[in-house]
Design a binder for this molecule. Structure first.
Ligand code: C2E
Ligand code: MG
Ligand code: MG
Length: 325
């Protein structure tokens, strides 16, 4: 571990060691080496500089990932993913502002896999662009169906991974969808997480500007969880900011969090951005956000994410309740 000098550079070598034992965990020489490598891989993946004994669980984890990855590829190719839509409402009137499209996957063998799990898997196995484009197409198709049926959903938000902004043809792809489904760009908003928004390269920014030029909105998701730079926020062509659920969750108990939420609402007002509070679960949270003029709220208090067929009913019920109220 002592530093060494090479061509005037000082390097700090570390060593990562994987250990496997015969006959406890390995049957023969090849097995010994394979398992030792597997353990070493695990050490490296968690930062290196340590040793680790091989255990049977390591292969199981690797095998599960391989099987799940294969199943995910199959699901994407076979159009087996679905989108659910969570209503976003205005806190004073309860009027529908828009819906967020959230991906769902139920595999015949593995059951329901939450998006938190399969989205990161898709990023690792190179399928995330396919999911992003599928979600854009599916959300636009659904918007066109609602419009045909006279169901008024003003805007749909689609979550995109930063890896989706590597394809320079993304603006053309989105323009093609809007044209195919007869939608104005204002019907669509793209959500990227705050940490992704802060790590955009110049090329990715060009792509985002290309999409914004179509009238499509840009929303910064999970705002407050990454290390946002406010100058970045001012420079990005952002139209919306979503305050992360973790703030809403505790803002009634912690006055500092409450002040932060109010500050973000203020930033939104000054920069002319729509602020959406995520994860609103209680009436007290709604009252607080309403009192501070938060423009839009989203959460289980109003609705869980719904299958597309349930959206017309939800809108009718809300409109009915408003009429009565
Ligand atoms: P997100 O974009 O921040 O979405 C909000 C998440 O909060 C959703 O979880 C939603 O179901 C959940 N949620 C909404 N209201 C409440 C509430 O009142 N209380 C609580 N406890 N939770 C609430 P979900 O559907 O499990 O999605 C998790 C994350 O997975 C999303 O977070 C998003 O980052 C990602 N994701 C989902 N669909 C897609 C997709 O199509 N593409 C990409 N790239 N990511 C997606
Ligand atoms: Mg989102
Ligand atoms: Mg979020």
């Amino acid at each position: 571990g002592e530093p060494i000098e090479i061509s005037g550079f000082s390097l700090d070598p570390t060593v990562s060691i994987g250990i496997s034992q015969y006959p406890e965990s390995s049957r023969d020489r090849d097995d010994l080496l394979r398992n030792a490598k597997s353990a070493m891989g695990q050490v490296k993946a968690s930062g290196g500089g340590e040793y680790l004994f091989f255990s049977a669980g390591m292969n199981e984890v690797a095998r599960d990932r391989l099987l799940l990855g294969t199943a995910l590829r199959r699901a994407i190719a076979g159009d087996c993913l679905r989108l659910e839509y969570q209503p976003q409402v205005r806190p004073d009137s309860g009027e529908l502002y828009g819906v967020e499209a959230l991906a769902r996957w139920r595999d015949p063998e593995f059951g329901v896999i939450p998006p938190g799990r399969f989205i990161s898997l898709a990023e690792e196995i190179g399928e995330i662009e396919a999911i992003g484009r599928w979600a854009l197409r599916e959300a636009c198709r659904q918007m066109a169906v609602w419009r045909d049926e006279g169901v008024h959903v003003p805007v749909v938000s689609v979550n995109l991974s930063p890896l989706s902004f590597r394809g320079a043809d993304l603006p053309d792809f989105v323009a093609g969808l809007l044209q195919q489904y007869g939608l104005p760009g204002e019907c669509l908003t793209i959500e990227i997480t705050e940490s992704a928004a802060m790590a955009l390269t110049a090329g990715m920014l060009d792509i985002i500007h290309g999409i914004r030029a179509l009238g499509v909105g840009l929303s910064v998701d999970d705002f407050g969880t990454g290390f946002s730079s406010l100058s970045n926020l001012a420079n990005l062509p952002v139209t919306e900011v979503k305050i992360d659920r973790s703030f809403i969750d505790k803002c009634l108990q912690e006055s500092r969090l409450q002040s932060l939420v109010m500050a973000v609402i203020g930033i939104g007002q000054n920069l002319h951005l729509t602020v959406v509070a995520e994860g609103v679960e209680t009436e007290a949270q709604r009252e607080l956000l309403k009192a501070h003029h938060c423009p839009v709220i989203q959460g289980y208090l109003f609705s869980r994410p719904l299958a597309p067929a349930d959206i017309p009913n939800w809108i009718r019920n809300v409109a009915g309740a408003r009429g009565r109220g």
